[in-house]
Design a protein around this ligand. Structure first.
Ligand SMILES: Cc1cc2nc3c(=O)[nH]c(=O)nc-3n(C[C@H](O)[C@H](O)[C@H](O)COP(=O)(O)O)c2cc1C
Length: 216
């Protein structure tokens, strides 16, 4: 299971790590009714968010915040919100098959994932109808005939992989504390528009291209 720290020298014929990952991937499934008696150890929340913390993001902006909801009253109120929405939907006869959202209130673990879309400023997808934005969308369209991708499909990403030419390095990641909130969003985690703009100007290039120890 142990591989060398330098991915240039990985043994790509060793399936041990793949098999361990696939054990998790294959056995994960959606659950809509829970054992309400189970208490999720604090450490498990931290382990899950520690994995989430390492996810890649555009311009390494890490636009995410997680609110861990352990308070039963809060869980009930969140569940009621979805239940009310479901009632409205049913009245509108949208025919969307909806489960019993009561499961939300009895879920032993409940994490609300919040994304700060202002971080879109950190990468060149403007979505503002500008000339640059139109060019970006045109590039997407240009690729479709190359690949024979039907018009109805959107190209989402390009995945590149293989052994690196030189030793890669770990990039800066936010601390777990900065993205974790217990029952209520911690106001000290909020960045103002000016702080985001400042980050884009002064830190983005370092966060994207330097190793973790070299970003202040
Ligand atoms: C982005 C996203 C949104 C989802 N929204 C709902 C939802 O509103 N209600 C629901 O019952 N399931 C929801 N699901 C669960 C999907 O129905 C479920 O993932 C899918 O049926 C595949 O089943 P599996 O997760 O067991 O592989 C959502 C899943 C994803 C990834």
């Amino acid at each position: 299971m142990t591989q060398t720290a330098d991915p240039r020298h990985y043994d790509f014929s060793d399936r041990t790590r793949y098999d361990a990952l696939m054990d998790v991937v294959r056995t994960r499934m959606t659950v809509r009714a829970f054992d309400p008696g189970y208490v999720v150890p604090r450490e498990h929340y931290e382990m899950i968010l520690e994995a989430a913390r390492h996810a890649p993001s555009g311009a390494n902006a890490q636009p995410w915040h997680y609110v861990i909801v352990t308070d039963q009253e809060l869980k009930n109120r969140i569940m009621e919100y979805f239940r009310e929405e479901q009632v409205v939907r049913a009245k509108l006869k949208m025919k969307f098959p909806t489960p019993d959202y009561g499961g939300l209130a009895t879920a032993p673990g409940l994490v609300v994932v919040a994304s700060d879309f202002r971080w879109v400023r950190a990468f060149p997808v403007l979505n503002d109808g500008s000339a640059l934005d139109r060019m970006y969308k045109k590039a997407q369209q240009a690729m479709k005939p190359l690949l024979g991708t039907p018009d109805q499909l959107s190209v989402l990403d390009i995945m590149c992989f293989g052994p690196p030419a030189k030793q890669p390095y770990r990039r800066w990641k936010k601390n777990l504390d900065e993205i974790t909130n217990w029952n209520r969003f911690d106001a000290s985690h909020f960045m103002t528009d000016a702080q985001i703009d400042e980050w884009v100007t002064t830190t983005r290039h370092k966060a994207m291209y330097r190793d973790a120890g070299n970003v202040d």
